[in-house]
Write a protein that binds this ligand. Structure first.
Ligand SMILES: [Zn+2]
Ligand SMILES: [Zn+2]
Length: 393
């Protein structure tokens, strides 16, 4: 079948089944779970996929709430990446989980795009995969899945995210390292005989001071921000045990690796100055910077225009935030649609008010658009050998 006719079939399937995909959006929205604890959401998504005839692996890749559902056989293989972790701290008492980043919507549109392709799969060769990736907001489950080889057989990945900003087809994120320093000193009476003490808190703030001196010599994209998590127990005791944590970020992984080494050197200097013994570790997965595939960006742009939506940019975005999708994009050509949520109140992801934009009628409209655009772009990849050759190049 002609590719354009096939896309029309996909659009029709999306329209006929959008109720099912909006139900996914709502079901996950109303069961907000934190990262790595998304038991309800992952069980719900896999049971729905099973009903549709997908082969299900759950749990997957060594993560309890990760999964992989697939249909078809052989290559090429396209994968749609769901997220379904919520954020803490919403509601009147700031004690409720909420999908303020709209990961319920991500789950819905990636589910929908995978299902639409299933419904027309007799017309193309290859495999359609739906991968559940936990804890994007925290530990970054995609990093573990990449390290476990879960993307080794995937040829292209697709994901969409709602944003309060302009629609971007060429998003960039910052690579990030999470570094924790522990300083062990010696406690002593802070007024009686402070000369007997070794001050671990001094080592912590000298680390901050060293990093602040380093700032002048960092590239403008770099960000280093930290906290003192444990800073002593009482003012009259020389602090003997202190812990400080930093996020170190930059637009380029190679530069970030060099910068993180310099940050660690600041803590080594503080150890030498104070005598408080330093140890360090990465306390969360390190993320790479996100780079979207230019061939897939152009195809997505064309498909959105064909669908009557042209309020987007393909210019390379200024990098902001960090995402575990960066690690996937290192090993797989990646198409990432950051889609304006259609809200007019100026709110954006992670704000409480954004909760009202990720499961609304407008969000459902965006869901249909994302399902169609991702399915169409995946069809370009699956059905056009020249596209795959251009990407391989
Ligand atoms: Zn987020
Ligand atoms: Zn998010």
């Amino acid at each position: 079948m002609d590719l354009n006719a096939l896309k029309e079939l996909a659009y029709k399937a999306a329209e006929e089944n959008i109720g099912l995909y909006n139900n996914v959006c709502n079901e996950i929205f109303t069961h907000p779970e934190l990262g790595n604890r998304e038991h309800y959401s992952s069980a719900f998504l896999t049971s729905e996929m099973e009903k549709l005839g997908f082969r299900v692996q759950y749990p997957y890749g060594g993560l309890e709430t990760a999964f992989r559902c697939e249909i078809g056989s052989g290559s090429p293989k396209v994968a749609f990446l769901a997220e379904y972790d919520a954020l803490p701290g919403y509601g009147p008492n700031n004690d409720q989980n909420g999908h303020a980043c709209g990961h319920n919507w991500i789950a819905a549109c990636t589910f929908g795009a995978a299902d639409v392709l299933r419904r027309i799969s007799e017309h193309f060769d290859g495999t359609v995969v739906f991968i559940g990736t936990p804890a994007e907001e925290g530990t970054g489950g995609k990093v573990d899945l990449v390290n476990a080889g879960c993307f080794d057989d995937i040829d292209a990945v697709f994901q969409a995210h709602l944003t309060g900003g302009k629609t971007q087809l060429n998003s960039r994120t910052l690579a990030i390292d999470s570094v924790e320093f522990t300083f062990e000193g010696v406690a002593a009476h802070a007024a009686g005989n402070p000369w007997k003490g070794v001050n671990a808190l001094d080592a912590s703030y000298l680390t901050f001071t060293g990093i602040n001196a380093l700032r002048q010599h960092m590239t403008p994209d770099a960000r280093v921000h930290g906290i003192i998590e444990e800073g002593g127990v009482a003012p009259n005791i020389v602090p003997s045990h202190c812990v400080c944590k930093f996020f170190v970020r930059a637009a380029d992984r190679d530069y970030l690796t060099e910068l993180t080494r310099k940050v660690i050197n600041c803590a080594k200097g503080a150890e030498l100055m104070t005598g408080a013994k330093m140890s360090w570790r990465y306390f969360e997965n390190s993320f790479d910077d996100l780079r979207c595939n230019p061939v897939l960006i152009d195809l997505m742009a064309k498909n959105l225009k064909d669908l009557g939506y042209d309020d987007f940019t393909t210019e390379e975005a200024v990098p902001s935030g960090s995402s575990d999708l960066g690690n996937v994009a290192r090993v797989c050509p990646t198409c990432y649609l950051s889609l304006n949520a259609g809200n007019t109140d100026g709110t954006n992801c992670h704000e409480e008010a954004f909760l009202s934009h990720v499961n609304s009628e407008t969000a459902y409209g965006r869901n249909l658009l994302a399902v169609k655009a991702m399915a169409a772009t995946a069809l370009d990849f699956l059905c056009d050998e020249n596209v795959r050759k251009a990407i391989a190049k």
